[in-house]
Design a protein around this ligand. Structure first.
Ligand code: HEC
Length: 117
């Protein structure tokens, strides 16, 4: 009983650790369209410093990997575009209002990229 539980935990850690580091890949290698590629560029310039794919919660920002594929955001809010846009525009706790000067187009591009993460 105890052994199978342990095996399950080990398997989970293994699967979670298998996410590829995509930072060295080109937009084409990631299969991004033009809008997603523009969003990726914005992300690298404005978000990546605090939101490294493997960052530790508490230090800088949480990992945003699979942000919009999970049911909840790190804060516990439902993971949908509305709350993510709000965070980008107005900031959240230690996160500054990074996107307060973004155009609507830039915001849309960024969101389209966040969906691919
Ligand atoms: C200066 C560091 C910093 C930058 C730059 C930054 N963030 Fe954050 N971000 C944080 C921190 C810290 C949190 C955790 C906030 C909290 O306490 O809930 C966070 C949280 C988030 C969350 C989770 C919100 C939730 O409800 O849990 C999202 C989504 C997010 N950031 C997106 C972005 C995007 C997109 C960008 C770029 C446009 C960005 N962040 C730039 C520090 C940063």
């Amino acid at each position: 009983m105890r052994t199978s539980l342990l095996a399950g935990v080990v398997l989970l850690v293994f699967v979670a650790g298998c996410n590829e580091d995509t930072s060295g890949k080109t937009d084409a290698e990631l299969g991004l369209n033009a809008q997603q590629a523009a969003g990726r560029h914005l992300y690298q310039q404005n978000c990546a410093a605090c939101h490294d794919a493997h960052s530790v919660p508490g230090q800088n920002g949480p990992s945003l990997e699979e942000l919009l594929k999970k049911p909840f955001l790190p804060s516990g809010l439902p993971a949908n575009e509305r709350f993510v846009r709000q965070t980008i525009l107005t900031g959240r706790n230690m996160m500054p209002a990074v996107g307060s000067s973004f155009t609507q187009q830039q915001l849309d591009d960024l969101l389209s990229y966040l969906h691919t993460m």
